[in-house]
Design a protein around this ligand. Structure first.
Ligand code: PLP
Length: 377
């Protein structure tokens, strides 16, 4: 008999019978999206390294790695790296800076277990501590220098800074300069059409090429790896000659953010992940409440609400923690009825749940534990 703490569905259950709220993955759609990006990368002759911060599930990381012919994965936290390494992934790029001494010791130790490991730096404040940690264990660490092309987050902010950092990395004995990462997500914040994406990504990649040229001519360092791209920009930036690898994360799943950004090429049918909810009360004609509020569907992006996947006559209006307010002035939704919502932001929604339920044609095929959930250190 099932224990009281085991609320997961079983393989072969119908999704009509599983308890809600539950995060569902339509496996046909997910696999189609994965194949789409993998064949794009193949056609361009570049790598596709998948960002697994989106789902934090080693089995899915393996699947993505297989679909790309072993291009490896990216993680955003060191403890994600540790979970992936413990589960047999052997090629990991950490797209994040680590500076604390104890964490750096963990970083060097995990890197020693992997076939390939690369980490990220951008300023002396994270370059020197990494050099010291590597020296403590007599290791040599492959590093990627991050450029800031306009996101204004991290990364060398000017070409002069980038040249200076490349020269510094080159002269440190325990660091190996492996290349650069130019995450051009600022493009997605301003692009409003396919033409905008094409132009702004091309400009960002031209800038990347110029900075690389300056690094190579002024320091003599060779820039072998050029990592770029999220889900919305990868297929534009990846056409530029300078790129060796794209790094999208959300591409297997999509979400409302992606739908809004790229309505010219994707629709609801391309969104693989939904949160399945049940209506629990319909107190007045124009309002029904479902069992998924902000603790089940992340609402971390201003102005983005969940979107019903299969209905256009109702809309998700507002949330408290366990209650989702649905506007039913145009359609009906009675207590007990179920609705699947596409999530505003898929990465932060998956991070709220213990499991992800993969189904094909409504029959449960996979129940994945979100193993690196909470692994933020
Ligand atoms: C450095 C870096 N690369 C790639 C990605 C993947 O982008 P997306 O989630 O839009 O696919 C992220 C996501 O935040 C990122 O921070």
């Amino acid at each position: 008999m099932r224990s009281l703490t085991d609320l997961d569905p079983d393989v072969y259950d119908s999704i009509d019978d599983i308890e809600t709220p539950a995060v569902l993955v339509d496996l046909d759609v997910m696999e189609r999206n994965m194949r789409d990006y993998a064949s794009f990368a193949d056609e361009q002759g570049i790598g596709l390294r998948s960002h697994v911060k989106t789902h934090k599930i080693p089995d899915l990381a393996h699947l993505q790695n297989e679909m790309t012919g072993g291009d490896g994965i990216l993680c955003q936290t060191l403890s994600e790296v540790e979970v992936m390494a413990q589960n047999g992934i052997d090629d990991i790029y950490l797209s994040y800076m680590v500076v604390e001494e104890s964490k750096l010791d963990r970083l060097i130790r995990v890197s020693e277990k992997l076939d390939e490991f690369t980490t990220t730096v951008d300023t002396p404040g994270n370059i020197h501590p990494l050099q010291e940690a590597a020296a403590r264990r007599d290791a040599v660490v492959d590093v990627i220098l991050e450029f800031d092309l306009g996101l204004n987050r991290v990364g060398a902010p000017t070409v002069e800074d980038a040249v200076e950092m490349a020269a510094l990395i080159e002269e440190l004995p325990n660091l190996n300069f492996a290349g650069v990462m130019a995450y051009e997500a600022h493009v997605a914040l301003s692009a409003e059409s396919k033409e905008d994406f094409e132009r702004l990504c091309a400009e960002a990649m031209d800038q990347t090429a110029e900075w690389i040229d300056r690094i190579e001519t002024e320091t003599g360092v060779s820039v072998d790896e050029v990592k770029v791209g999220g889900t919305s920009t990868s297929k534009f930036s990846g056409k530029h000659d300078v790129v060796t690898e794209i790094n999208p994360g959300m591409y297997p799943f999509n979400d409302v953010g992606e739908l809004n950004r790229r309505d010219f090429e994707i629709g609801k049918e391309d969104c693989a992940v939904t949160v399945l909810t049940t209506a629990i009360s319909s107190p007045v004609e124009e309002r029904t409440v479902v069992d998924a509020g902000s603790k089940s569907i992340s609402m971390d992006i201003d102005g983005l609400d969940p979107v019903p996947k299969h209905r256009d006559d109702i809309s998700y209006e507002n949330a408290s923690e366990e209650h989702g307010y649905v506007d039913t002035s145009e359609g009906t939704l009675d207590a007990g009825e179920r609705v699947e919502f596409i999530t505003p932001h898929v990465c932060t929604t998956i991070n709220l749940h213990d499991t992800l339920v993969g189904h094909r044609d409504g029959v449960v095929e996979e129940v994945w534990e979100v193993q690196a959930r909470g692994k933020v250190k």
